[in-house]
Design a protein around this ligand. Sequence first.
Ligand SMILES: *[C@@H]1O[C@H](CO)[C@@H](O)[C@H](O)[C@H]1NC(C)=O
Ligand SMILES: *[C@@H]1O[C@H](CO)[C@@H](O)[C@H](O)[C@H]1NC(C)=O
Ligand SMILES: *[C@@H]1O[C@H](CO)[C@@H](O)[C@H](O)[C@H]1NC(C)=O
Ligand SMILES: *[C@@H]1O[C@H](CO)[C@@H](O)[C@H](O)[C@H]1NC(C)=O
Ligand SMILES: *[C@@H]1O[C@H](CO)[C@@H](O)[C@H](O)[C@H]1NC(C)=O
Ligand SMILES: *[C@@H]1O[C@H](CO)[C@@H](O)[C@H](O)[C@H]1NC(C)=O
Ligand SMILES: [Zn+2]
Ligand SMILES: [Zn+2]
Length: 616
Amino acid sequence: MFRNRAPLLSFLLLCISSGVHACGDHEHGKRALPSSPLTSPSRPLEWGDINILHTTDTHGWLLGHQKASFPEPNYSGDFGDFSSFVSHMKTIALEKDVDLLLVDSGDIHDGTGLTDGHPPGGINAHDASSLSTKFLMQLPYDVMAIGNHELYTYANTLDMHTNFAPQLKGRYLSSNANITVPDKHGKPISVPVGERFAKFRTRKGRRITAFGVLFDFTGNDKNTTTQRVSDMVKEKWFRYAIMEEPDVFLLVGHMPVSEDNWPLVVDAIRAVHPTTPIMTFGGHSHIRDCIQYDGHSMGIQSGRYMETIGWMSAKLSIKQEKNTTFSRRYLDPNRVTYEYHAGRSGAKFDTYMGKKITRGLKALAQRFNLDFLFGTTPRDYTLSQAPYPSENSLHSLYIEEATPGALSINNTRADIPRLLISNSGLLRFDVYSGPFTKNDQLSASPFADRWLYIPNVKLSVANQVLNSLNQVGEEHRRSLEEEEERAKELYAKGEIDAKFKSWLEEMDKRNGPERRAAGNLTLGYVTEDSCPGTGDDTLHAPLPYHRVPDFIQSRAPDISPDSPIDLIFVDFIEKQLVGILNRLQTDRAYASSDVQEYSKILTNEVLGVYAQGAWN
Ligand SMILES: *[C@@H]1O[C@H](CO)[C@@H](O)[C@H](O)[C@H]1NC(C)=O
Ligand SMILES: *[C@@H]1O[C@H](CO)[C@@H](O)[C@H](O)[C@H]1NC(C)=O
Ligand SMILES: *[C@@H]1O[C@H](CO)[C@@H](O)[C@H](O)[C@H]1NC(C)=O
Ligand SMILES: *[C@@H]1O[C@H](CO)[C@@H](O)[C@H](O)[C@H]1NC(C)=O
Ligand SMILES: *[C@@H]1O[C@H](CO)[C@@H](O)[C@H](O)[C@H]1NC(C)=O
Ligand SMILES: *[C@@H]1O[C@H](CO)[C@@H](O)[C@H](O)[C@H]1NC(C)=O
Ligand SMILES: [Zn+2]
Ligand SMILES: [Zn+2]
């Protein structure tokens, strides 16, 4: 996902106030023991001739989700557990004498303390990402594809090109993403970040032709190049690569399986090979999804943040007039799931390599001091499970309690009445009850922006600003077409929050209250996709979903409407805010010269500072 702090409307502002931001988080440290036992998967997996495990959009969540509040225990498996699982599944595949592959659809950067949490003054963010991504290489991935989060910062792309890709020996795929590097003579040349495609044979000798396709992404850094999918399929190299018929086309890529451009790739292949099985593994919008493009193809998408492991199997029939039989499943990554499907438990489950990976991840977390404890969170504060405003809303906590509290410390203006405004996209992940660590802070609010203020704004005027900010869309967007155009533009830059949230909202609306009330289901994802049968491995009731406006504000001071106050806001809405003030009143013309810094504390430090005082 893209750095979502600014809402749709402030698109332009968002593009100026830049920096690459992450999208995940994770908790780490001691593994929280779930307060109730984890539910088992509902049924065994359906194995075929070729079986594929899928990760996507891991965003550094390699230590798994470590909080005790549900649904987090559902996703409590760490990458060491996953490694053990994969190795047992490989053994089962050997016993069944079938193929088992492992693939990843990209976005391995940005999202947790492991990727973002390098110590100040120490190694830089690029090294930090490099340190955490190396754990991925310790699993037997057959194909990995590039994601947009590998392309926001040139240094990261270069690291993928020079260090990561070579270790995958031709299986790190970037069919339509290039990097510019100096050639032997120091002249810049554009080359694929990894390989454009790969042809290989499975253990059982099946021929695979694989691609790594990125959606039409425009937010990439200088000296990286992306190509539209529609142009890619016209390339000579592509047409040449698909000419020879393999047993299976393996499309792994950073692109949602529905409502995006996979059909362009499938159709290009179908023009040459009408019935060759095509197995597609997408990503990017962080949802679970499945679609069949025709009777011989299936595409799945396996969520985000190590909250889902995808599974697809295919029975390869000789008779091509019959449809190919596929199955798909979305697994909750935890030890109960892993042990159930691997048929091994306890000490028999952990492999040497699995334990080594877990130890390595914990050592890295320690090196980054991610366990540093700010305080103990008294209850769960979530982004969308509780209504806004309410006592369990993270947005309420942030703007009504934490920010006013943190900004009062050592501040000579703290006694002057004030109103604080921020955008809701500043917050990225829930804060659950229990220890609140440096890692939790990085996860919940990673974006470093300054708090600015304008003094002596009349309370009655300040009180109208929030409404204007939240309505700016209606004033400016004249038509549905224009709105769609903006959404498209944002999407091309990498924004997917809107899609992810509407997925959550839809699953809650469908039958959330009934399923939760039944009381026999635990909370988690409830997927409805267009493939036959049920996709979720463990059956859940959906989490409640509540919408939050684009902008949020603190409680107004209880003083007369004419009183002057400090109007405090996040730096990247400065222009917009000055404009709104000048529309709301005519007593004076505000300009950027009226704007001053309110505090040295940045937006991403607020929760930690607050926790040190209030939660200790
Ligand atoms: C998921 O979370 C629920 C609580 O909502 C828990 O009881 C359940 O066992 C978890 N499922 C799995 C497979 O871990
Ligand atoms: C791109 O890379 C080339 C070759 O390394 C370098 O000369 C050039 O300055 C870079 N351009 C930008 C905009 O960074
Ligand atoms: C990517 O690199 C290849 C190989 O150098 C080059 O032929 C191609 O034009 C580049 N593609 C783009 C979109 O820059
Ligand atoms: C094969 O799959 C296609 C597309 O999913 C479907 O329309 C068709 O009915 C299927 N044919 C058979 C024989 O199942
Ligand atoms: C406030 O000032 C004191 C004394 O100078 C200092 O120790 C403390 O770190 C400051 N607190 C914050 C949050 O800046
Ligand atoms: C849960 O309870 C509902 C309503 O009583 C029932 O229809 C459903 O089958 C139960 N689900 C499971 C997984 O036990
Ligand atoms: Zn992502
Ligand atoms: Zn992405």
